[in-house]
Write a protein that binds this ligand. Structure first.
Ligand code: HEC
Ligand code: HEC
Ligand code: HEC
Ligand code: HEC
Ligand code: HEC
Ligand code: HEC
Length: 435
């Protein structure tokens, strides 16, 4: 055997090990991600939607090759006239159209199928519409309500008054005015104090004292509400759950928030987007048909007849995040150029039954992240801006060094100074964030 053959033989043997290995090494987590990005808009695990439920799909196809071919090119497989495919299309083509060809590789399909095989139906959703989510410490803090406090105190005073009257009456009836229990003694003393000892000035002073305590509590409450709406999670006109849609069914954020990569605003989806699925899905696990019926009402859809009336009234979602008008914030800049995840600023929305504001949205919050976050220098379309920063820094560096061997050229300097934060590129300048 010469060297060439030897290498070929080794490769041949290796490929035997590699075969089962690739199947085993399918990456479920990657599969889930790929599924969410490519398939989640039409396929929902455990449920028919625009496309069929993919649970157990591998078992339905006569060969893996055909299944892979289908995913990559459905129209080609359709033309082959396979009986299973014909039956599938007879049922589904009128509802969901022919599935679009998916730009995924065989290895990626392996991962997606591994995710599908490993998927288990989640535990039944209980009505936890009132339950807040993780990181909701702010919302869970007891909130001292002034009105409740006043009611409690008035209530206590009334009870005290009634008790005093009863006591006096009992004493009067029994003729016993001397023998008192410990409570009676205390009440007697109190009564004496109020009627005999208390002068008007003292009364006014204590009233003022009590009032100012209330005012301090009230101011504290107001200060907490002022602008800083961390933990803010208002009731919405439809009980829309991110936990169900983005979490359980893995629908990609951008499927609904279409502006996130394209514009300043993330956008709240219109009812049309909801209808992509809800023309088929007319009832949910927690609220049955009632909440989904509100989508139909908004878009003027008669679910029984499957017809649109043409009468529409927009769903009035309550806005949660809201920066003051004098601040400029751009989603595209952060999500595309900054390569940040929604989680960085919005927390784990996939776990939220009701969306709530997780970050403070104060100036210090923006600045703090800009100071800390390093930016990639390659492939950054702020290269030109950087160039000036580099040159300035380089000049400053060269002005400081005295030893000959520390004097380096600009290219070496840039290589050795990779740590440039958003702040360095101008992210701390007032006019970048303020109109
Ligand atoms: C635009 C909607 C859409 C997208 C996106 C989509 N599918 Fe489909 N898929 C369908 C529809 C609709 C069908 C039913 C057959 C038909 O009408 O073409 C289907 C059928 C299937 C089937 C056969 C189901 C069965 O019961 O045998 C598989 C497997 C499948 N899709 C996998 C995928 C995978 C994997 C992805 C993502 C990489 C994906 N699909 C993305 C719409 C879609
Ligand atoms: C099926 C559509 C859909 C998907 C998918 C979706 N959202 Fe939403 N999102 C909505 C709707 C509708 C609202 C407005 C009602 C509400 O606040 O719950 C909303 C509101 C929000 C808000 C609050 C907006 C405000 O008023 O300040 C944030 C933040 C948000 N979504 C983030 C996300 C993230 C992050 C994801 C992905 C993990 C995601 N959404 C996935 C439909 C969707
Ligand atoms: C990609 C598909 C898809 C889109 C888009 C979508 N939904 Fe859903 N929705 C579902 C599925 C699936 C269910 C749950 C069905 C089940 O589990 O029984 C559901 C359930 C619901 C429920 C019932 C929840 C419950 O627990 O009873 C409401 C309300 C709802 N969706 C509102 C909306 C609104 C509002 C929009 C648009 C902003 C929207 N959905 C967009 C797929 C979707
Ligand atoms: C989680 C970190 C983070 C937070 C929080 C954050 N930013 Fe940024 N911001 C970035 C990153 C990263 C970039 C750089 C994007 C790029 O490479 O262009 C950036 C860039 C910017 C820019 C462009 C700066 C320039 O020099 O061109 C502006 C303006 C901006 N952010 C505004 C804000 C405002 C306003 C807030 C607060 C409401 C905020 N950012 C909160 C990370 C953050
Ligand atoms: C750097 C922080 C940051 C990141 C990353 C980020 N957001 Fe936001 N988001 C904000 C701020 C700040 C606001 C409030 C904007 C305003 O009031 O003008 C906001 C508002 C929203 C809103 C309300 C509607 C609107 O456009 O004002 C939605 C929906 C939303 N974000 C979804 C998302 C989704 C989905 C992602 C991920 C793809 C994401 N956001 C990534 C900071 C961020
Ligand atoms: C990275 C973005 C960013 C930069 C840079 C920035 N600001 Fe702000 N600024 C904000 C945000 C966001 C708010 C709103 C805070 C709030 O509503 O609590 C704000 C609020 C303010 C306010 C209103 C008072 C307040 O605290 O609400 C003033 C005044 C202000 N900024 C001045 C400045 C000055 C001066 C500079 C330059 C030294 C500057 N800002 C740089 C984001 C920024």
């Amino acid at each position: 055997m010469n060297r060439h053959n030897c290498a070929l033989f080794a490769l041949f043997v290796l490929s035997f090990f590699a075969l089962p290995f690739t199947a085993l090494s399918a990456d479920v987590a990657n599969g889930e991600k790929l599924y969410q990005i490519n398939c989640g808009a039409c396929h929902l695990m455990g449920k028919n939607a625009t496309g069929p439920n993919l649970e157990g799909v591998e078992g339905r196809w006569e060969s893996k090759e055909l299944l892979y071919q289908w995913i990559k090119n459905p129209s080609q497989v359709k033309a082959m006239g396979n009986p299973y495919v014909d039956q599938l299309l007879a049922e589904w083509e009128p509802r969901g159209g022919l599935m679009a060809a998916q730009a995924v590789t065989d290895a990626e399909i392996d991962d997606i199928l591994a995710y599908i095989t490993n998927w288990a139906p989640p535990a039944p959703v209980v009505d936890n519409s009132a339950v807040q989510t993780d990181g909701s410490a702010a919302a869970d803090e007891p909130n001292l309500d002034v009105k409740t406090l006043i009611f409690i105190i008035i209530g206590l005073l009334v009870v005290l008054g009634v008790m005093l009257r009863i006591r006096a009456r009992v004493n009067q009836l029994s003729g016993k005015t001397k023998e008192k229990g410990p409570l009676g003694v205390l009440i007697g003393e109190l009564k004496d104090f109020v009627t005999k000892q208390m002068n008007p000035t003292l009364l006014v002073l204590s009233a003022v004292g009590i009032l100012s305590i209330f005012m301090v509590i009230d101011m504290y409450n107001r200060a907490q509400d002022l602008g800083l709406q961390q933990g803010y999670a208002p009731d919405q006109p439809i009980k829309f759950s991110h936990k169900l849609h983005a979490g359980q069914y893995g629908i990609d954020c951008q499927y609904c928030h279409t502006g996130v990569e394209k514009s300043k605003n993330a956008n709240i989806p219109s009812a049309n987007i909801c209808m992509n699925c809800h023309n088929v899905v007319s009832s949910g696990p927690t609220y049955g048909k009632t909440e989904i019926a509100k989508i139909y009402a908004a878009i003027g859809y008669d679910a029984d007849k499957g017809k649109y009336s043409g009468e529409q009234k927009p769903i009035e979602w309550v806005r949660i995040h809201n920066l003051p008008d004098h601040v400029y914030f751009n989603h595209k800049q952060h999500v595309v150029a900054g390569n940040l995840d929604c989680e960085n600023c919005h927390g784990n929305v996939r776990e939220m039954e009701v969306v709530q504001q997780v970050s403070l949205l104060e100036m210090g919050w923006c600045i703090d992240c800009h100071r800390k976050t390093e930016v990639e220098i390659d492939n950054n379309y702020y290269q030109e801006h950087f160039h000036q920063v580099f040159k300035d820094d380089y000049a400053a560096y060269m002005a400081k060094v005295t030893k000959e061997e520390d004097k380096i050229d600009l290219a070496t300097f840039i290589k050795e100074h990779k740590k440039y934060t958003v702040g360095d590129m101008g992210g701390l300048e007032c006019q970048k964030c303020h109109y």
